[in-house]
Design a protein around this ligand. Structure first.
Ligand code: PEP
Length: 255
């Protein structure tokens, strides 16, 4: 673990789950996010777009950040069904997840799209949580590092800093499957990302950008995964829907 390790972040990706009544879960998270935790770790919850404003209002006065799960590259216009980064900010969001594998897989998003969206996020003042990760086939073919490096090169805009960029390494085969890479595999990929950050954000920012691990993180494996060098937190899907599990993961940092 490096001495100048960035402050950890645990972000919850609620995907297409949750209704207005789910602010109850946010209240449960808030109730147990006391000084013993917030001194050590930041929390961000990313609900579906229609819940952004209500969650942001519910989070006022707490230390919990609210994020979107995607944004359009344009500020406004004839883009039916889309949400702009400016709209997320207006609703109270501080972060946005971009390039999640489900967006890449089901919506055909390419690195250039992710980059344009990250530029939009920065223009609007959001921190972009940019996701990268290999498929099972790519891992089995020994292409993990080249795939992740190519995604990083293509997806990270110029002008990114540790303030407006978070990287999430999420092996596609580990998302929602209960499977996780070994600590050694995670360490190898995170070290490669850290290495590439020198060219992407410059030497002064290289070690400050947070690199999250995501893929079947739960309270029982968080301790081991969060202790891996260059793992600065987690992007959590399923387990983030349950307050006790989300906080259980964050507690990996309170020990
Ligand atoms: C995710 O969707 O970003 C994710 C990591 O999901 P899960 O934790 O459910 O594997």
């Amino acid at each position: 673990m490096s001495v100048d390790r960035p402050r950890p972040l645990v972000a919850g990706n609620w995907k297409m789950n949750g209704l207005k009544a789910s602010t109850k879960v946010l209240a449960e998270i808030q109730a147990d996010y006391g000084p013993g935790l917030w001194r050590h770790v930041d929390l961000v919850v990313c609900p579906p777009a229609p819940l952004t404003a209500i969650f942001a209002l519910a989070a006022v006065g707490t230390r919990i950040g609210i994020g979107g799960q995607d944004c359009h590259a344009k500020e406004s216009g004839a883009y039916t069904g889309n949400v702009s980064a400016e709209m997320l900010v207006d609703a109270g969001a501080t972060h946005v997840i971009l390039g999640h594998s489900e967006r890449r897989q089901y919506h055909g998003e390419k690195d250039a799209d992710v980059r344009a969206k990250a530029e939009a996020a920065h223009r609007a003042g959001l921190t972009a949580i940019v996701c990268v990760g290999e498929t099972r086939e790519e891992r089995e073919a020994g292409k993990t590092l080249s795939v992740v490096r190519k995604q990083l090169r293509g997806s990270i805009p110029e002008g990114s800093t540790s303030e407006n960029l978070v990287i999430a390494y999420e092996p596609v085969w580990a998302i929602g499957t209960g499977l996780t890479p070994t600590a050694g595999d995670v360490a190898e990929v995170h070290a490669a990302i850290r290495d590439d950050l020198k060219r992407l954000v410059g030497k002064a920012e290289q070690n400050k950008v947070r690199i999250l691990y995501g893929g079947s993180v739960k309270p029982s494996n968080a301790g081991e995964l969060m202790a891996v060098p260059n793992v600065d937190g987690a992007l959590v899907g399923g387990a983030s829907l349950v307050a006790v599990d989300f906080l259980g993961i964050a507690r990996a940092y309170s020990k």
